[in-house]
Write a protein that binds this ligand. Sequence first.
Ligand code: GLA
Length: 387
Amino acid sequence: MEVDFVRSRFIKHFDGKTGNVYASPGRINLIGEHTDYNGGFVFPGAVDKGVMAEMRINDTEDTVMAYAIDLKDRVDFKLSDSNGPRASWARYIYGIALEMKKLGVPVKGFNIAFAGDVPLGAGMSSSAAMESCFAFGLNDLFGDNKVSQWDMVLAGQATEHNYCGVNCGIMDQFASVFGKAGCLMRLDCRSREFQYFPFKPDGYRLVLLDSVVKHQLSGSPYNDRRNSCEKVVKCVQAKHPEAKFETLRDCTWEQLDEVKDEIGADDYRRAKFVLGEKDRVLAVCDALTEGDYEKVGELMYQTHEGLSKDYEVSCEELDFLNQIAKENGVTGSRIMGGGFGGCTINLVRNDLYRQFIEDAKKRFNEKYGHEPKVYDVVISDGSRKIC
Ligand code: GLA
């Protein structure tokens, strides 16, 4: 995205002055889905698509004048208004400003215009890109950059919880803030320790196929999945009062089986997926270290199967894309992100790439009347000030 594009709109829609420009990316996730809020591991990386915002202090006590360039929508609101704005995009600005204030940043009135090129509803975290971008900007404009990267991650997550109705984990905001060009990151969501993993698979590439089935996590079964996991943890805890169980990460397979009859079939299957997924992320790390991409791919297919059959966050279109990948000899393929629509992520050998994409476009189009969108993954840097 071009700075000039955002800047020209900022100048036009406000008082002609310029401000500072910030950018934050969306993300992919190689493996480790629905594990973040269960204290497990994730393996994301930032992408070359994101949100760019120009921001300037406007010398009012607490009036925010906001312009969403892509939607051509202007909303002004006061930070002191306890309801906040109604437009869903403006709630991210409102929410993050209040969360940054909680962290001690003396946020006052500001002007902001922003645009994005993360496909909406594709499961690539356009909302985390907004939160991180606005948090980064407010930290710079009002906070002397004193708020740490981790606190900005948590402020983004709190924005989702408190103002947008999604009880998400920390993966998306983490990836958007900490991303590094050419590197995936393995994050332990319980301890918050992470490592950068240079990702340059020789002879393979990552490509996303977007089903264009819009996923929306707010008010969705996403929160139900999280509730299921928490219920299981409570049951295990009740059986073992001597130990402390915070998330499914703390539960063993044996402990899960002990409560099998009490928790019901749905919750059991969901918890089983989560425990398996935690192990798969670690197995993927080992396979990557050994350069064994065929193993990585096999684990990706297992994740898809689990997300589809046990966690039940897939849909017909995504299962179809996964099937096409399999039939084209694609090394690994799975639904990516929260689910209920969005993309598959595919690890494909260079020599099979063209044939796979052509076949997927053709067959998907025949069945659903439109082609999937294709995004080649370019692993890029996290939140930053542009100028
Ligand atoms: C969404 C959430 C994340 C994570 C994924 C599933 O993207 O925002 O916190 O739970 O779904 O892995």
